[in-house]
Design a protein around this ligand. Structure first.
Ligand code: MSP
Length: 509
């Protein structure tokens, strides 16, 4: 198997935000991809972190009567703790107030400036502090009182100040050409089309510095300006792997296989501005930008002002981490919008987890425990059908690898649940409780085959529910698996099961 290097990123989270389901969702999806890639034999880096500059943070610090850096230090820890609560396997957590980040961001600015793509002018127009984004009036929503709001619901303010501009308009054709030649650069396709239409509609040069506040990275050629926070923040990705420097190292080579997972609200920054900066700086582009959808809460838009922000920590404390991870990845096709409701969460726990997966393990493994003193029986004269059932794993794995090469996480989960259904059907149709009385050889065979299928399911669910995966493999007494294909080498007949514990308690409706 050829080992690749793969680099996965979540957006870095605004450090003054209170962690909510949106943050958790992006993080869990990226964790899935990173875990999958490692199990597939690749060398992986997985980055998350906090976005700590800009007017939004400065204002939040003013309101809290503390210095911006104190606010960042305090809040960044909350996001770091969230990575543990979600059992993320990230190997870096970057903060944009770190020196390594500031020097990388300055490096990119210098490349753009030296290339003649940055010039001084004046910005007059709308700005949303909430999104840290400049808006054309045509892209705003006019309210009854005559004021404007953004599509994400926040207010905008009119600003007029001296600013450096990046020559974004110059890159319109080159971007379109790049999208055309790299049809998988932006996924899913609907989002790709939106980006292409936006760029075809014409690009205006982008204001990339501010002077009316100072919480940010100084512009290298003009300390009266600070960098626009998005230009600053986007560089956190390559900065994590030491890519934006004259002294790159071995880690920097992860860049050519970088996948950015982002919510649809920040797709433009990632799929238009970011590649334009990199093309202008004559740097390689990441491999993929994938935009996922937005969650609503019981049908309503989630917002602080509506007071309906979903706290992932509360849900996890009540229903369990793997249950939550499974739900968010399974409930909504990755790339689409979706609705969070406790009812839907409970349904998934009871039907997919407790009924389908939990019961399969519990019923079959308990039979091995009771009838064979916990020793997985050896098979004799397995039918070709039974052998095929076990051997189909390699074929299934290939299908799954294909799906994940396009970030089809939901397709992956559905496929694994097909295997679970198939295993349940095999077990039920074989009626082991009858075989137990009249056909010991077949009884052993059925339990052997079922345990093999559980072994496969145990490893395949790892990217979705790492703890449950470990529990299942532990019950089977299988240790030290860190790649999918190793599971094939393990002959489970004769292994002594560890104690069987229920995987998912049912939750009341
Ligand atoms: N700081 C910027 C990203 C800079 S990346 C160089 C930012 N941060 S954020 O904290 O506001 O958002 C982080 C992620 O959470 C984004 O991917 C965003 O789409 C996602 N979500 C925020 N609310 C969401 C939902 N209600 N549903 C799903 N994801 C949403 O943007």
């Amino acid at each position: 198997m050829s080992q690749k290097k793969e680099f996965f990123t979540t957006p870095i989270y605004y450090v003054n935000d209170v962690p909510h389901i949106g943050h958790a969702y992006t993080s869990i999806a990226v964790d899935f991809l990173a875990r999958f890639s490692r199990l597939n034999g690749n060398e992986v880096r997985f980055l998350t972190g906090t976005d700590e500059h800009g007017l939004k943070i400065q204002k939040a610090a003013e309101i809290a009567s503390i210095s911006p850096i104190d606010l960042c230090n305090k809040n960044s820890i909350i996001f770091r703790e969230l990575t543990k609560k979600l059992n993320l396997s990230n190997d870096d957590f970057i903060r944009t107030t770190e020196t390594r980040h500031k020097s990388g961001a300055s490096h990119l600015w210098k490349l753009l400036f030296e290339n003649g793509d940055i010039y001084l002018d004046e910005y007059t127009g709308w700005y949303s502090v909430n999104d840290e984004t400049f808006y054309n009036e045509k892209d705003l929503i006019k309210q009854e009182n005559g004021s404007f709001k953004t599509i994400t619901g926040g207010p905008v303010e009119w600003i007029k100040e001296e600013s450096y501009f990046f020559k974004l308009s110059k890159y319109q054709e080159r971007l379109l050409d790049y999208y055309d030649k790299h049809p998988d650069f932006i996924l899913p396709e609907t989002k790709r089309n939106e980006v292409i239409n936006f760029v075809k509609g014409g690009l205006r040069d982008l204001s990339v510095s501010r002077t009316s506040f100072n919480w940010g990275i100084s512009v290298p050629n003009d300390p009266n300006h600070i960098m626009y926070v998005w230009l600053d923040a986007l560089t956190s990705y390559p900065n994590s792997i030491n890519f934006l420097t004259d002294n790159q190292d071995e880690m920097s080579s992860f860049w050519s296989n970088a996948t950015h997972i982002v919510g649809k609200d920040i797709l433009r920054h990632h799929a238009v501005y970011w590649p334009a900066f990199l093309i202008a700086a004559k740097l390689e582009l990441p491999k993929r930008i994938y935009a996922h959808g937005w969650w609503t809460n019981e049908g309503n838009k989630i917002s602080k002002s509506l007071g309906n922000v979903i706290d992932p920590v509360l849900i996890i404390n009540e229903y369990g981490l793997d249950q939550f991870r499974y739900f968010v990845l399974r409930e909504v096709p990755f790339g689409n919008d979706g609705d969070f409701s406790i009812k839907a969460l409970k349904n998934r726990i009871n039907s997919d987890l407790a009924n389908d997966l939990g019961n399969l393990c519990q019923r079959s493994l308990t039979m091995i425990e009771k009838s064979f003193d916990s020793i997985i029986p050896s098979p004799s004269n397995l039918t070709d059908d039974n052998i095929d059932l076990i051997k189909n794993f390699n074929h299934r794995l290939e299908q799954l690898i294909d799906k994940i090469s396009m970030q089809d996480i939901t397709g992956y989960i559905k496929n694994v649940w097909e295997l679970i259904s198939l295993s349940n059907k095999f077990f039920n149709d074989s009626k082991p409780w009858e075989l137990k009385k009249n056909n010991e050889t077949e009884y052993k065979n059925v339990l052997y085959v079922t345990a093999n299928l559980i072994k496969q399911i145990g490893i395949l669910i790892n990217p979705i529910m790492p703890e449950t995966s470990e529990k299942i493999l532990y019950m089977l007494n299988i240790n030290d698996i860190n790649q999918f294909h190793q599971i094939n080498d393990i002959d489970i007949s004769g292994l002594k099961l560890n104690e069987i514990t229920p995987l998912f308690p049912r939750v009341d409706k």
